[in-house]
Design a protein around this ligand. Structure first.
Ligand code: NAI
Length: 335
């Protein structure tokens, strides 16, 4: 298959090229993200391969269909950026990498929590200037704290276990379905409201769907315990950022660590250090000393990149051979 690979960085090329030796697809790498303006780059290709912030709305999908594209291969798990109804009506199959390394994201989430709570990001900046004062650096033990995990699928379940068995936290969980193994390990399933009222720390691990959009809004933040620590490595749209900024200003929220941001498509995965960022909401977030932001890197481990590349190329090979698409994304998966 000839495949236009959008939004590629050095590590994408390296891992996809290595995995392709056993598949022999013709991969055409583009740094540009997929949007209406870059669709023509997919001309003379059979499929496109895209990532989390590539926009595949009805307009883009129609343009892709007009070029003869039959397959969209997402090299990620989330698929909130694809209009699945439009894809289905145009006869375009959508495949993804449902699980590559849930440990990569789970471990990073714990890393963010520790950095935020123990102010490691601030210590790093201070010691580089030979400032070894500990004023303002007082943290809290994780042991014995009440942590709420929203979404206990592949990633959330690992996070819950690390917190429960590793750190000795009391773990509350909220999900549409309960995981019996987690329950047996002592994790307590409660309603989302109870979780928000009782947890000192909340970490988000559910997909972005119409139901979960702005799951953390002003109502949720009003319910929360004062000083709440919030971790989000899932999707930016789960949090109403303006409400979050108000809660940070009032002190209701005690700290936030974000690997994802609602409007990250205009910012993340590129070097903007010489530019004036125009997103005032994002810039305001960065001014708080108790906000830690990373640029959607929770997935970025050697193991995850290798697994993403292998599954993506296997998905392409399945489509080319007319085999069943085991990693197909369907509209029924959006709850
Ligand atoms: P998963 O599909 O295994 O688990 C998601 C869980 O969320 C399921 O148990 C589901 O029932 C639950 N859920 C769905 N809607 C919910 C709602 N409204 N409230 C509470 N729970 C709900 O997904 P997985 O692999 O654990 O990934 C979770 C999310 O992490 C993905 O959707 C993706 O957005 C994000 N992610 C972020 C990465 C990063 O680099 N920052 C990398 C990979 C995934």
């Amino acid at each position: 298959m000839r495949v236009a690979v959008f939004g590629t960085r050095k590590y994408d090329r390296a891992y996809l090229s290595a995995a392709n030796t056993s598949h022999q697809h013709e991969l055409v790498f583009y740094e540009a993200d997929m949007d209406s303006g870059t669709v023509p780059l997919a001309a003379k290709c059979d499929a496109v391969c895209v990532f989390v912030n590539d926009v595949l709305d009805a307009t883009v999908l129609k343009e892709l269909a007009a070029l003869g594209i039959k397959l969209v291969a997402l090299r990620c798990a989330g698929f909130n950026n694809v209009d699945l109804a439009a894809a289905a009506s145009l006869g375009i199959d959508v495949v993804r990498v449902p699980a590559y390394s849930p440990h990569a994201v789970a471990e990073f989430s714990i890393g963010l929590l520790l950095a935020l709570d123990r102010k490691i990001h601030r210590a790093w900046a201070r010691t580089r200037e030979n400032n070894f004062s500990l004023d303002g650096m007082v943290g809290r033990n994780l042991h014995g704290r009440v942590v709420g995990v929203i979404g206990t699928g592949r990633i959330g379940a690992i996070v819950a276990r690390i917190l429960q068995t590793g750190f000795g936290c009391r773990v509350l969980a909220a999900d549409l379905t309960e995981n019996p193994e987690l329950k047996a390990a002592g994790v307590e399933y409660v309603s989302r409201e109870t979780l928000l009222r009782e947890a000192e720390i909340v970490t988000l691990h559910c997909p972005l769907t119409p139901d979960s959009r702005h799951l953390i809004d002003s109502t949720a933040l009003d319910m929360a315990r004062p000083g709440l620590l919030l971790i989000n490595t899932s999707r930016g749209g789960l949090i109403d950022t303006i409400a979050l900024i108000e809660a940070l200003k009032s002190g209701k929220v005690g700290g936030v660590a974000l690997d994802v941001y609602e409007q990250e498509g205009d910012l993340f995965f590129r070097d903007l250090s010489d530019e004036i960022v125009q997103d005032d909401i994002f810039q305001r977030l960065l001014t708080f000393p108790n906000v830690l932001v990373t640029g959607h890197q929770a997935f970025l481990t050697q193991e995850a990149l290798a697994a993403i590349a292998q599954t993506t190329l296997a998905n392409l090979s399945d489509a080319e051979a007319g085999r069943e698409l085991t990693n197909r994304v369907t509209q029924e998966m959006v709850r």
